[in-house]
Design a binder for this molecule. Structure first.
Ligand code: SF4
Length: 312
């Protein structure tokens, strides 16, 4: 066990702070042991244009999650003990050591990736840090994107300083009630606010190379059906706090998948009218750095197949 991996001993990596003894095979809320599991690695074209570019983002999807939203779009990589309808024992996911992760990043770079994009990696942070250190020592020089739900401890993000170039983060909820209802995390707004502050401390301004982001913080606002007002509050808060230091991505692509039957809102797509109302709100604030979506983007085809495959 390395000193970094000793963080799994009594795990407080994410805001759940379960203190699970993951080195002894005990699991916490995220249901993951101390061995990273991958759902997929490939060149990915469906991130924002400044991330995917023309050749794709070298994306590594980690299995498990510390948030566990009931509307999760990636549930085949989440144990069904955490999200009903998720995978059982995740036999399609593959384990990877720090050395194997490092080699994978280099393979993705050699396949033409503009960047290395680590998706939902918070619960494997010790391995992520080790693997990035190894990859940097082996000559990895393209940007590293840390792609997160926003449910992070600022203290954990601080460990990524100097290893991560771009934070690609969701900001899902402003209201503890919504965060509790959909993600069992009433403390989400408080932690996400501190997380964004830490991300911007590390990456205070966007840096571009032609049309590709090299450094910065891109915040995603996924509009949920029936939640326009909360999304407006989120954008207002973030823009008042950080202005154009943040790049916004305002998403209408929420896809209804099988859900707990009792939820009255999440079983439908976002309407055009809801999305336009949110965009008009963002424009009225004067936001300039923002991606918006044209037409209907809500389709299951936007969700990659999480087959454990390494496609590079
Ligand atoms: S990473 Fe997992 S085990 Fe660790 S605190 Fe978070 S949910 Fe608990």
């Amino acid at each position: 066990m390395t000193s970094m991996q000793s963080l799994y001993k009594s795990c407080t990596l994410c805001p759940r702070q379960c203190r699970a003894r993951r080195l002894d095979s005990e699991t916490g809320f995220c249901r993951m042991s101390s061995e990273p599991l991958l759902g997929r690695a490939s060149l990915h074209m469906w991130e924002e244009p400044c991330i995917s570019g023309t050749c794709g983002s070298g994306t590594v999807f980690f299995a498990g999650c510390s948030l566990g939203c009931i509307y999760c779009q990636n549930r085949s990589m989440i144990p069904d003990s955490l999200i009903p309808g998720g995978g059982t024992d995740l036999p399609h996911c593959i384990p990877a050591s720090s050395e194997e992760l490092s080699s994978l990043y280099l393979r993705l770079r050699d396949a033409g990736a503009h960047n290395i994009n680590l998706v939902t990696a918070a619960h494997f942070l010790p391995h992520v840090i080790e693997s990035l250190q190894l990859a940097r020592q082996s000559g990895l020089s393209i940007p590293v994107v840390y792609n997160t739900s926003g449910y992070e401890r600022a203290e954990s993000l601080a460990l990524l300083e100097g290893l991560t170039d771009i934070y690609l983060t969701d900001f899902r909820y402003m209201h503890p009630d919504t965060a509790s209802l959909y993600s069992h995390a009433p403390d989400y707004p408080a932690f996400a606010k501190q997380a964004i502050k830490e991300m911007l401390r590390q990456c205070p301004q966007p840096i571009w190379k032609e049309n590709l982001l090299q450094k910065g913080v891109l915040v995603r606002i996924l509009l949920l059906p029936g939640h326009v007002r909360e999304a407006e509050e989120t954008i207002s808060y973030l823009y008042a706090a950080y202005g154009d230091a943040l790049i916004f991505s305002i998403l209408s692509q929420y896809t209804p998948l099988p859900l707990p039957a009792e939820d009255p809102l999440l079983g439908r797509k976002v309407t055009r009218r809801e999305y336009e109302k949110l965009i008009n709100h963002a424009l009225s604030l004067g936001i300039k750095n923002a991606y918006i979506q044209e037409g209907s983007a809500a389709a299951e085809s936007f969700i990659p197949s999480f087959d454990g495959g390494i496609h590079c």
